[in-house]
Design a protein around this ligand. Structure first.
Ligand SMILES: [Zn+2]
Length: 346
């Protein structure tokens, strides 16, 4: 069997083999990330296999991987809560040394069932950015419903659906690859077009959707769980209401997504919500007009999904970068990424 190990992975393994963990702190100082704002970005924490019926790329780590990562963070870093970050930002204070902020996007149930017990065990605070339309609802996040349909053998897609040609590709193209292409396409079209395409697909697959094992694999949090976590170590921020691609909305729609999600969380948690993470969050998923809506809605900080660490004090409070944790982020790579983000971040 041919082992494909990336150069970063190989280097990370060598460093882990020959250098005791203690030296990661030294590396961190040398690389200059100490004193900066380091944010880790997760989605889901879940055990899985190749037959996983939803978007497998949203699984950031298995519970075992996540525990190894938390052990390292709690031993060598200073896990910080988001309220302290906002407070330091507003009062122009330095961040505590070696600060690391742990964040999750979307608000999947496994954040409660798998991540929360481990975060408590290692006393690591975290922030979950939730898409409020899906909290306490039976609806499946739109991209995960799309994933289920495309991965299914029984999918019906009408010829007039713009995804038809993407879906009916050569059988040599894997379904997961087709899903990736369809998701990319949906990020490019207008919001109305995206909703029409998804609606068309849902209408021709009503029976299939009823069979969707979302309770088992793709549930979102409910407000009781959100409240319980909020009472103990976990903070919440907005991930908008419906998880649109914000740059595909007009200004009024953008502002509505920003304000309505903020209000719903504030009403449920009875506290001010100061932070938002832009859905998808890559370069094309936010722009100056998104920043303007974020500011107008009253948020203090906006989080992207662009890789990197942030100079402190922040010069771009609405364009905060994060380090992505993915299921292929091995523990050696994770340790190297945290202490040497410029070399090992991706
Ligand atoms: Zn998201």
């Amino acid at each position: 069997m041919e082992l494909k190990i990336s150069k970063k992975e190989l280097l990370a393994r060598v460093i882990n083999l020959f250098l005791p963990d203690f030296f990661f702190r030294v590396f961190s100082k040398l690389s200059g990330s100490n004193g900066k704002l380091t944010v880790l970005a997760y989605h889901r924490i879940l055990d899985f296999n190749d037959n996983f019926p939803f978007d497998i790329d949203l699984i950031s780590a298995t519970p075992k991987q996540f525990e190894d990562q938390l052990k390292h963070v709690s031993k060598f870093y200073n896990p910080i809560d988001i309220e302290s970050v906002v407070e330091c930002y507003k009062s122009n204070k330095k961040l505590p040394k070696n600060s690391v902020l742990v964040t999750f996007d979307d608000g999947f149930l496994d954040n409660y069932s798998n991540a929360f017990p481990l975060l408590k065990k290692y006393n690591v605070p975290a922030t979950i950015f939730i898409s409020t339309d899906y909290i306490g609802s039976d609806s499946t996040l739109w991209f995960d419903q799309l994933a289920f349909l495309i991965l299914s053998d029984d999918l019906n897609v009408s010829e007039d659906n713009p995804l038809f040609n993407f879906i009916n590709q050569d059988s040599a193209v894997s379904k997961r690859k087709i899903l990736e292409t369809c998701l990319e396409e949906l990020k490019l079209v207008s919001n109305k077009e995206r909703l029409n395409i998804l609606d068309n697909l849902a209408k021709s697959n009503e029976v299939l959707i009823r069979k969707m094992p979302c309770k088992e694999f793709s549930s979102t949090l409910n407000w009781n769980q959100v409240n319980e976590m909020n009472d103990s170590l976990i903070s919440f921020g907005s991930h908008t209401a419906s998880h649109p691609i914000l740059t595909r909305l007009n200004d009024d729609e953008k502002l509505l997504e920003m304000t309505s999600s903020k209000t719903v969380i504030e009403e449920n948690l009875k506290q001010t919500i100061d932070t938002v993470a832009y859905p998808v969050g890559t370069d094309s998923a936010y722009d100056e007009s998104v920043v303007k809506s974020t500011q107008s809605a009253g948020y203090e900080l906006g989080f992207t999904y662009v890789s990197g660490v942030n100079d402190w004090p922040l010069d771009q409070p609405y364009k905060i970068k994060r380090l992505h944790v993915e299921q292929y982020t091995s523990t050696p790579l994770f340790k190297c990424m945290l202490s040497m983000p410029r070399i090992f971040g991706y």
